[in-house]
Design a binder for this molecule. Structure first.
Ligand code: FAD
Length: 328
């Protein structure tokens, strides 16, 4: 496997000399948690053609890349990863109105920018996304949402590159299998979201701006935005709120190393300075086990924990650290 990755990296350097390729790049700088060791290679294709050529080389060498948006929903391991990441944010930045009034946005555009663009054009429906720090691509994959809105309410269609057959597809909202913080893109490995068309309603610019301001204030008041985090650590369990359960278990402020259950909002795990991925992981395990013991409710992580085989096991609360492989 490692030989494949090294061969792929050499081939990228030889065949795509103009492509930005960072080697052994520390992921802490690409993560809103400010946590993570070096990834073997981080590629930023300059356009879809470059992306497609890169995917060709990776396919030839049997290397499956990981797609990175703004890194606001991911816990990277301190040990680093022998992987190749493709950054979608740097170049996929087009954002404009289509003749029929819909918004066309490429995957790397930030949700905040798309929401501001909608407001400037008097389009309502995306106010909820103004404070979500991810990209359009990450937002579509996660079906990001807040304050009663979700991407599934506004996405009309999504264009993606499917690595296995190197074809581009456009699919309608109804085929995206959007659900609570999920979509078909999560379940279908090899999809790189390139762009989406968003269908909004006409509205009053001033009213939209006021609603966005109000939601921004709510965020600042309730969320620990002064510390690095990856947003809500756990998914909302059916019939409950994760933050209320964690608070009820007396865990607000609970700390493992420099990882802490936020004192402001128990649904967030924050980095108080130099938290390691192990600190965050151990804290999340402790929270999960305690909440399960106290309430019988099993919390599932919303944060994507890398590598994929290092996850909070879903076989009950008796899981201990040493049952879990870390770092491959
Ligand atoms: C302070 C804070 C507040 C937050 N508030 C909210 C909130 O209110 N609501 C909410 O839903 N989330 C929230 N989040 C979480 C996060 O911002 C969202 O999940 C966001 O959609 C992730 O986007 P991203 O670009 O950062 O994706 P990343 O974190 O980079 O990636 C997330 C997933 O998307 C995949 N991905 C990214 N781009 C692409 C692409 N182009 N093609 C295919 N796959 C891709 C990645 O492989 C990964 O699996 C918050 C996070 C923080 C730090």
């Amino acid at each position: 496997m490692l030989e494949n990755l090294e061969a792929a990296i050499s081939a990228v350097k030889e065949k795509l000399p103009g492509m930005k390729l960072l080697e052994n790049e520390p992921m802490a700088g690409h993560s809103s948690f400010r946590i993570g060791g070096p990834v073997r290679a981080l590629a930023s294709p300059s356009d879809v053609t470059g992306l497609s050529k890169l995917c060709d080389i990776l396919k030839e060498h049997h290397v499956a890349p990981f797609i990175l948006g703004n890194g606001t929903n991911i816990l990277f391991p301190d040990e680093g990863l022998e992987d190749l990441f493709i950054v979608s944010t740097e170049k996929l930045q087009k954002l404009f109105l289509l003749p029929d009034g819909a918004i066309y946005a490429e995957a790397g555009v930030s949700l905040a920018r798309v929401a501001a663009f909608a407001q400037e054009n008097g389009l309502t429906g995306l106010e909820f996304a103004g404070g979500i720090p991810g990209t359009l691509g990450g937002g579509c994959l996660m079906n990001a949402g807040a304050y009663g809105g979700e991407m599934k309410d506004v996405v009309e269609s999504v264009v993606y590159l499917y690595i296995p057959d190197q074809c581009m597809y456009e699919i309608e909202n109804s085929n995206c299998a959007f659900g609570y913080r999920q979509s078909m893109f999560q379940k279908t490995p090899g999809c790189i979201i390139l762009s989406a068309v968003l269908r909004l309603q006409e509205g009053d610019r001033q009213a939209i701006a006021e609603r966005m301001h109000e939601l921004g204030e709510k965020r600042r008041e309730k969320q620990p935005l002064d510390y690095p985090s990856a947003g809500s650590a756990f998914r909302r369990p059916e019939g409950h709120f994760a933050a209320a359960l964690i608070d009820g278990a007396g865990l607000k402020g609970y700390r493992v190393g420099d990882a802490q259950v936020s004192e402001k909002h128990a649904g967030f795990v924050v980095n108080r300075g130099s938290a390691t991925s192990h600190d965050v992981y151990d804290l999340m395990m402790y929270v999960r086990n305690t909440v399960y013991r106290d309430t019988g409710v099993f919390l599932e992580p919303e944060i994507i924990i890398l590598p994929p085989d290092y996850h909070l096991e879903d076989n009950g609360p008796a899981v201990s650290r040493n049952q879990i492989r870390f770092g491959g």
